[in-house]
Design a protein around this ligand. Sequence first.
Ligand code: FES
Length: 574
Amino acid sequence: MTRRRPGDLRSHRWLGVSDLRSFGHRARLRQFGFDKPDWEGKPVIAIVNTWSDMNACHAHLRARAEDVKRGVLQAGGFPVEMPAMSLAEPFVKPSTMLYRNFLAMETEEILRSYPIDGAVLLGGCDKTTPALIMGAISMGIPSIYVPAGPALRGNWRGQVLGSGSDAWKYWDEKRAGNITESDWDEIEGGIARSFGTCMVMGTAATMMSTAEAMGLALPGSSSIPAADSAHPRMNAASGRRIVEMVWEDLTPARILTPAAFDNAIRVHMALGGSTNAIIHLVAMARRAGIALDMQRFDEISRQVPVIANITPSGKYLMEDFYYAGGLRALMAEILDLLDLSCLTVTGKTIGENIVGAKTHLPEVIHPLSNPLYAEGATAVLTGNIAPRGCVMKPAAAEKRFQKHRGKVIAFEDYNHMAREVERDDLDVTPDHILVLKNSGPKGGPGMPEWGMLPIPKKLVKAGVRDMLRISDARMSGTSYGACILHVAPESFVGGPFAFVQTGDEIEVDVAARSIHLHVGDEEFARRRAAWTPSPPHYERGYGAMFSQHIGQADEGCDFDFLQAGAGIPEPEIH
Ligand code: FES
């Protein structure tokens, strides 16, 4: 491909011509104190920054933007920092998932409406990664993703604590009366010790890793702890690289092929990654005009063993993974399963990027010959209550639930569930199946991470720590247990999951990939006829738009009008 010249840049239309409008643009740059040598003939690089005072996972990104700027300047570009919505997983309600598409739209439109030639995407907290990438794909200019990086290990009295996972674990111990209020307070102070994302293999680490595996981030970047000095160096290197990517016109469309997505899914499986990645990867693929469905995850899950020994499927944390060699080492372990010819942001192939990568701690990254789980990071089940599928992470569940038939306790919504599970007289046994309805994309709304339903208090006190739970919600990547999620279509829109009732029996067979409600056809039809829809949650604003246009889980929960299509013309400049 021929190298681009300054006159080919998008920004040339704003800054490089001679008319009244470009006079205004240049005059306003001079208002900042910039002058011609700052921009003339140089790619304008947007650093899309999702830093905010309410997002501890991104607390370092203000400083990191300066590192990226340093790299851009070194390579002869003109860096500009553009703030975008910060989706702090713990704070944003009702769910960050409600706003993933908002940030994707914001990213796309920032890049389109300003004189931007290339983008550096700074983020890492769960939905941020897919949102930034979805926006960049739709805009189509050269873009490089810079992972925020995981936080340091948590610590409580010398014991390692993992984000989320150990909060769920010790919360149950507290509910069971096994730890005190002051223990719990100490855990609160020790579980999040530095800036950076959750440091288990939750959604953040999964999405940062899969973005790198797809070729959208520098090799090895996703595993670097946020607080390590290698992180700002990686940021500067990304700044240098994006300038070259602009000259090479290395766009996401050249990187994101079906094989690149397959590589990402294979890495996701080898990591034992978060189920949320399924929704996000489907959404990203659709933005790129690639047909990807949930069945592909199931197919690849059967071929790729879990080799990363990281919580919640394993024992270690992201800091250990980095010391063990990080994602490059993991990819080198599954070399024969990857398509090594895929192009990446380096301008080289995945195969070239991982040459020489080695595992230093085999207890953290197992060899293929000794996997943690032979297969089954993700299973996609279908059946009469989930005709378009639902997902489970068998590796994170007690084995006995891989084939299980049990009586249902059904909850109509989250509040109903939250009240009932605390009742000491709830008629429940460890063999019961808990069902949570109205927690999907429209019903939640925003498909909240309610899928790891709390074990009823009565059972927790008796020592029960896992039981089968089914919902149309998602679950945090830090969660674990026998949770079946993403039931599609969701109950709120009248999917057959809406017709499950307390006292019914459900049978799950993971090996057969099936889920079945044992209710006769006539009774099923009667319940369907009696079902009445609830009104949408929002009548105005973004929520109303969300309710009207959001797709189901198997479609990636993108808005119908944002998926790949005719494209959007460049803005007129006059
Ligand atoms: Fe930000 Fe988990 S809360 S990554």
